[in-house]
Design a protein around this ligand. Structure first.
Ligand SMILES: [Zn+2]
Length: 273
């Protein structure tokens, strides 16, 4: 609290809720083009990083990276560029999708994805670290150790803010035990129990979420731990940013958007960590 008192004249003395309300009002300016949500997020992240969380000393970007609505699709590095293995449809434990109607487990959504996806779920790549973890290493972990058909997440973001294609977005993910249907899995490289997301990662995540929200009419943003309380994922140093991201993008927080599949598997879906 002592550090909060160092805030600028605009925020001096504000409670956290008042501060967030003020930020939301700023996001209205962003929508009108006066500034961008990205600038807002950068300010937010910098404020939290240095005044509340006391996490990474990494300076956050202050320049405008995020277009106002309609968002541009993010640059996504395709699977071929990170030497992804093809999915293994014979994987022993790709059981998240198994049912009487889908015994092999690999489930491709049919129909309009905008009617299926409701929630983005954020993960960290524990045990892989922020600046050294790779998509291929995650895929190897999921396919070789956990014996899943493919990397479980739909997108990955490395420490430099590069966004990677993960599991085919038309295929149900494998990242949230028991709640994979209709949830988009996004992993940030890092063990955010011991390190912090970079500004570049937060910017990239915000831009990706913005685009996903517009494209698939997402309504909710959740951390993995909210669906599966036994996990710390995406880590204590990432959790505060989830609410800030949700507020800046006008997404609801938590698991309320989840819609169970019509045919439930008797076995639990996979978890990520
Ligand atoms: Zn997770």
């Amino acid at each position: 609290m002592q550090r909060r008192r160092r805030a600028s004249a605009h925020t001096k003395g504000m409670t956290r809720r008042e501060f967030l309300t003020w930020l939301v009002s700023l996001s209205g300016l962003a929508a009108s083009g006066a500034c961008s949500v990205g600038v807002l997020m950068a300010f937010l992240a910098r404020r939290y990083e240095h005044s509340v969380l006391q996490v990474s000393p990494t300076p956050l970007p202050t320049h405008d990276l995020t277009p106002t609505a309609p968002p541009l699709p993010p640059e996504v590095i395709p699977r071929a560029e990170w030497n992804a293995l093809p999915p293994n449809h014979m994987a022993e434990d790709e059981f998240g999708f198994a049912s009487a109607e889908n015994p092999t487990g690999w489930h491709v959504y049919s129909g309009d994805l905008a009617t299926i996806y409701t929630t983005a779920v954020i993960h960290h790549s524990f045990p892989l670290l922020r600046d050294s973890g790779t998509m291929r290493a995650l895929q190897d972990l999921h396919m070789q150790t956990r014996r899943w058909a493919d990397i479980g997440y739909h997108f990955g973001i490395d420490g430099a803010g590069r966004v990677y294609e993960g599991r085919d977005i038309r295929v149900r993910g494998a990242s949230v035990a028991g709640y994979n249907t209709g949830t988009l899995g996004i992993v940030l490289m890092g063990n955010f129990e011991v390190e912090s997301p970079s500004g570049a990662q937060l910017f990239a995540l915000q831009r990706l979420l913005h685009w996903l929200k517009q494209t698939y009419t997402l309504t909710h943003l959740a951390g993995h731990y909210e669906f599966n309380p036994t996990t710390a994922c995406p880590g204590k140093n990432m959790r505060p940013y989830l609410s800030l991201l949700a507020e800046s993008l006008r997404l609801q927080r938590g698991t309320g958007g989840y819609v169970p599949p019509k045919v439930q598997s008797k076995r639990r879906d996979q978890a990520c960590c």
